[in-house]
Design a binder for this molecule. Sequence first.
Ligand SMILES: C[S@@+](CC[C@H](N)C(=O)[O-])C[C@H]1O[C@@H](n2cnc3c(N)ncnc32)[C@H](O)[C@@H]1O
Length: 258
Amino acid sequence: MSAPNDRTDARPEREAATVRFDQAARAAEADLPTGAEKTALVRSMFDTIAPRYDLVNRVMTFGLDVRWRSQSVTALGLPAGSTVVDLACGTGDFLRILTDAGLRPFGIDLSWGMLAANRTGAPLVEADASALPVADRSVDGITCGYALRNFTDLESVFREFERVVRPGGRLCILEVAEPEHGLLRVGDRIWFRRVVPVIGGMLSDGAAYRYLPRSTAYLPPIEVLRPMLAAAGFSTVNRRALSGGLSQLITATRSGRP
Ligand SMILES: C[S@@+](CC[C@H](N)C(=O)[O-])C[C@H]1O[C@@H](n2cnc3c(N)ncnc32)[C@H](O)[C@@H]1O
């Protein structure tokens, strides 16, 4: 991972084209599924863990995930009244914070189980991120929390981002990260790879929480995400490390004239 707060915009589209191969290779190395098999696994896994998803999240991040989502909504930087899609909304943590900030969010998720556990009162739609049931240029922004590595085809998801967000609109992606240095990095590895699967097994579903740390193999580094987002029509791509790099926040602005 690169240093926090670094900024770059456009890179040649050709760089993005190498990503697909890298992702497939990394998935194969980690013995992880791709294509339709991945989509089916992700859907059924989230259906299974939905009832206790919030509880395990709070325990495994010591409640820091709530603060990270609030920081994300602040970084989105949209005025009250703006329409925001919370993509892969899950049980609705982002939706609550967006509503409290005066925004007008609606949620989209692949997993019916996660949507059924969502008690936010925001409008919800069951759909795949690579085919959004949303009109062109109709929203002011997108939030997307801890879902990037779960998507099957990132390039088509980014094309959908570009299609539905109006020019000047904002994108905010929150994802897991690895701290770069020292004890925090070692501690995070032990916690995430050894302890979380045990806690997940006790409170929810062991297989799902063993998959979770392995699924980071799907996540492209910022050096790859930047050109992909730029090729999809987003500028001022910015990455910020949160809490020493335990999570990362990626923001971008949709290019083009309003
Ligand atoms: C780790 S959860 C994150 C939920 C929520 N955003 C949060 O911050 O807690 C990942 C979510 O992504 C959803 N998801 C995975 N693949 C998806 C896809 N292709 N389209 C839409 N949602 C997807 C899952 O169903 C799940 O609810």
